[in-house]
Design a protein around this ligand. Structure first.
Ligand SMILES: *[C@@H]1O[C@H](CO)[C@@H](O)[C@H](O)[C@H]1NC(C)=O
Length: 326
């Protein structure tokens, strides 16, 4: 009996290590029944992939997975390229209490050369919490968790994935260098609050192309501290268009520069492209070298807006004059 158990452990160990660096979450105990929390299985597969070497892969096969908040973090020093291949659908918990100390729902942090792909779907199940979001009405609010959060990643590729019904942003990028997104499908109802498709803050070198984004807020929002961002080939709508900002709200903000938005289509959006800055900013920052070109708009409320007294609430403090109107 002892011998049999021993042999099985050995076989299992070999199976995990041998499949040319592929770590299938099913081999780490994922249930894929859409009800049982599979996050420990995902994290265990990630840990193995991250501590291996060369080209390595986390595989999430077809199926429906239930996932509590997870953070897939590096660094993964021996890894040249880590492919996270998601073919199935992952569903988020609707219990907001478990997101209190997390960077959103599914986070990738401190990792270099990550590719997230595979045609799978992230379902944030936001419809259960949109009515609890007070951010559209109140300056000091607790933001709901974003679905996919990238922070301190370098050389990231996100290709052929879908995000539906995020609680807050569908995709958020913070402090990332060299990010390439394409073939991204984003869907949420036009009245879902703060469900920005892709939100950028403090990144350098971001390309978003060939993606379909229909949501309740900006299709792409380019916030403070970004440079060298190119957005092209986007079908935006419904949504609030592609925005730069809002800028000038906090004293920690950095300049925005070298942005290009081109070759995109807006259908039935509230605005097309806009730059929004708060009045009465605590520090002076600059938004410069922004190019909008070849944008097709149909049934769009305001095709182009530069709003320097942005105020999403009924009342903002606009008591100080704006200096240096550009
Ligand atoms: C990303 O690049 C920056 C700047 O070169 C570097 O300081 C940082 O350690 C890199 N991060 C990762 C996770 O490789």
């Amino acid at each position: 009996m002892k011998l049999v158990i021993f042999l099985c452990l050995v076989c299992h160990g070999i199976a995990l290590a041998s499949a040319s660096g592929t770590y299938n979450v099913m081999d780490f105990g994922a249930k894929a029944n859409g009800v049982t929390d599979d996050s420990q299985a995902f994290l265990a597969a990630w840990k193995q992939a991250c501590s291996s070497s060369g080209q390595t892969k986390v595989l999430v096969p077809v199926g429906t997975y239930f996932l509590n908040p997870v953070e897939f973090s590096g660094p993964c020093p021996g890894v040249q390229n880590l492919i996270f291949q998601i073919q199935g659908t992952v569903k988020a918990s609707t219990d907001l209490n478990i997101y209190k100390q997390t960077r959103g729902w599914v986070a990738f942090t401190f990792v270099d050369h990550l590719t997230l792909t595979g045609g799978g779907t992230f379902n944030g199940q936001g419809e259960a919490s949109w009515s609890l979001n007070n951010c559209p009405r109140q300056k000091n609010c607790n933001p709901l968790p974003s679905s996919l959060h990238f922070e301190y990643t370098n050389n990231t590729v996100v290709k052929d994935i879908t995000s539906i019904n995020s609680k807050f942003f569908h995709v958020a990028l913070m402090n990332c260098n060299n990010f390439q997104g394409s073939g991204i499908t984003i869907k949420a109802p036009d009245n879902s609050p703060n469900t920005d498709g892709i939100h950028l803050e403090s990144n350098s070198g971001v390309t978003i192309s060939s993606s379909n984004i229909g949501t309740g807020d900006d299709c792409v929002s380019i916030g403070q501290g970004n440079s060298f961002v190119t957005v092209s080939g986007i079908n935006c709508g419904p949504g609030h268009g592609i925005s730069v900002g809002s800028l000038g709200r906090y004293n920690t903000e950095k300049d925005v520069k070298n942005l290009i938005v081109r070759d995109s289509t807006f259908i039935g959006t509230v605005t097309g492209v806009r730059i929004k800055t708060w009045a009465n900013s605590p520090i002076q920052t600059t938004a410069q070298n922004i190019t909008f070109s070849n944008l097709i708009m149909k049934n769009v409320g305001n095709p182009i807006i530069v709003d320097q007294t942005y105020c999403p609430y009924s009342n903002c403090d606009n008591s100080v004059c704006i200096n240096g109107y550009m």
